[in-house]
Design a protein around this ligand. Structure first.
Ligand SMILES: [Fe+2]
Length: 255
């Protein structure tokens, strides 16, 4: 007979009960009972959580999940560690819902003219949520990320995002020319993401479509900020092309 306040999973009433969690009892020696206990424990925990605190949704839920990921995965700056972190953060954005519109905006400072703006959404711990918007036809000039990685999320309209990597050795302090490979060429629509690791696709630039666009840059500092900051990429002639695999001559232009 079930005791008050307890959940009992029992397949054979002749066996002794065993408590595996507060209020949760199972019989020994029963695989079925243990499987059931797992399901029941999950259901119990879930229903208890729902009673104690309504489950969060949308942006609030995203913040909780992203903050938990940052606490767990931020200590590995290797290429694989950044891939793991960025892909996990990207997955959390799948149900991001409606993101609050910032009250204040400033010029992005990363364009060749007016019409690109940056705001801020608070709530990230260990990372910063920048909210951007671009008027139709505007550009964010291609620039290298040298100390912070990024998950870009489309929220409204569309922008063309292109990522590049340097061929061979990277030297952000050099005035010499070099070759870059266009590794990603993407139309970023609402809900889509684009990832910038310090080791992969680490140069990016944006071109807004004819409706303009709006989205987030979830930016996480991985290294101390270097003296050369964020160099811009000046693209020259196409150096080679084999179908979509395109390389360009390039050089750095420091802001
Ligand atoms: Fe950027």
């Amino acid at each position: 007979m079930q005791k008050p306040g307890r959940i009992i999973i029992q397949t054979d009433e002749t066996q002794r009960e065993r408590q595996i969690a507060p209020g949760l009892w199972v019989t020994r020696r029963s695989f079925v009972a243990l499987c059931g206990a797992g399901i029941a424990a999950g259901a119990f925990a879930s229903s208890a959580a729902e009673i104690a605190e309504p489950s969060k949704q949308g942006f609030e839920a995203f913040l909780d999940a992203a903050n938990a990921t940052a606490a767990r995965l931020l200590d590995d700056p290797s290429a694989a560690g950044q891939d793991r972190y960025l892909r996990t953060m990207s997955a959390h954005t799948a149900a991001i819902g409606r993101v609050p519109i910032p009250e204040t905006w400033r010029d992005s400072g990363q364009s060749d003219g007016p019409g690109t703006y940056i705001g801020f959404n608070p709530g990230g711990v260990g990372f910063v949520i920048l909210h951007w918007r671009m008027e139709p036809g505007t550009r964010i000039l291609p620039h290298a990320h040298t100390y912070g990685n990024v998950v870009t999320v489309g929220l409204e309209g569309w922008v063309r995002v292109r990522n590049y990597e340097v061929e061979g050795e990277r030297d952000y302090t050099s005035d010499e020319g070099f070759t870059v490979r266009n590794t990603v060429d993407q139309i970023l629509t609402p809900g889509a993401t684009n990832l910038v690791s310090l080791e992969r696709d680490y140069i990016h630039g944006f071109d807004a479509g004819d409706e303009g666009g709006r989205g987030l840059d979830i930016t996480t500092r991985v290294l101390p900020k270097p003296d050369y900051g964020v160099p811009y990429l000046e693209l020259g002639e196409m150096a080679s092309s084999r179908g979509p695999d395109r390389r360009f001559s390039a050089r750095w232009r420091r802001a």
